[in-house]
Design a protein around this ligand. Sequence first.
Ligand code: 4AD
Ligand code: MG
Length: 459
Amino acid sequence: EKKKIKDILEDKIDNYKDVIVMGWVRTKRVSKNIAFIEINDGSTLKNLQLVILSPDEHPLAEINRGASIKVKGYLDKVEGREQDVEMKAEEIEIIGEAPEDFILQKKRHSFEFLREIAHLRARTNTFGVVNRFRSKMSYAVHEYFYNKDFKYIHTPIITSGDAEGAGEVFKVTTLDFDNLPLTDAGQIDYNQDFFAEETGLTVSGQLEAELLATALGDVYTFGPTFRAENSNTSRHASEFWMIEPEMAFCNLEEMMTLMEDFIKNLFKFAVEEAEEEMDFFNKWIDEGRRDMIKNIIESDFGRVTYTEAIEILENSDHDFEFPVKWGIDLQSEHERYLTEKHFQKPIMVYNYPKEIKAFYMRQNDDRKTVAAVDCLVPGVGEIIGGSQREERYEELKNRMEELNMDLEKYEWFLDIRKYGSVPHSGFGLGFERLLMYLSGMQNIRDVISFPRTPGSAKF
Ligand code: 4AD
Ligand code: MG
């Protein structure tokens, strides 16, 4: 009977005889009277040790690291080893051979090197763990919202808008670049394009999520998000996954409470349900990670207004490269100071100057700030951006006009402020940033299976 290594090692099987296991060879040791092969099938970090008692009877010479094999045999309890079960192989069949020069050696490879062979890196311990962790944490996101009766909605990938208004949209077109149709004014004539208008890949599902929240109540998206942001940093990817809850009848304060609860629940899930992965990160990536995560679950996030944050920075004796003054966008050095030096824990900074935030955020009574909130964490910086939305028709329209936005194009967005408008709020959590924080991995390219970054879209 076919079995997964995970179930075997966790003793979740009822029959120790006639077991069939399939996997990829990690190591092989052959001597005259006995041979050992370790295989991994992706179900767990751990390998299953195969013991071959009559090496001559099996095609061991052709089995190299990386090859896939099918083994039939019986399981044996053993003591004093890392695993307490091993398999005595009776029949070994090669499914797919691997040449001797399989690129993944037994030694540890650098993450930089592994990025260049991203098609194979999932076969390493680290990236096996990372991929399983991604999968588990995705489930945790859905579980959290399912239990709170949020509706999981699917917002479009191809859109005609720029939800963040930051000009970072990847274009989607079927126009022939060698023969672009032009208008009389000499502009590209998007009427002749596939959708008869200019389109691109979504930078956020928020605007559409607002439409559905103002009909369904509480909703969330969890999908791929694209930004043609030319920042080559360890925290930016051109394609990343974002979780965006949107709640009707909800103000900033209530939203911040949900945000903290959501993060803590994800952390709890990681510690309790992703034990193997957290063990691995704790051992190989950052010692003490698990305790740090546990501490966060137990303590409250800091809450400060942007204005208070600026005061803290101004009153510190730290020398910032980028001068601090009310109105600036917080730079990563400022975020780091606040979370790593001053508060030493995750913080929520709210009420930002309207000039540095998106058009849809609700203006506060001071008319200078908007009801925006960013969640910042030590080591990674911003993991969440959110806000209470401007639900007042006139206010929103005025702001959009101030910013020279095309009102006609966003008529649908203004419409929901016309018909039964309600206070509503939402935020976006960058899934990769969350994974970086939980794992201690330092580069966003190493928490997504196939990273897209400026100059790199291979695999
Ligand atoms: O702060 P951002 O731009 O907010 C929005 O997109 C809102 N529409 C969300 C909402 O209110 N529904 O992005 C939200 C989060 C950031 O805090 C960050 O974690 C992540 O998305 N993010 C990125 N992650 C990886 N690579 C990038 N280039 C990212 N840009 C944003
Ligand atoms: Mg942001």
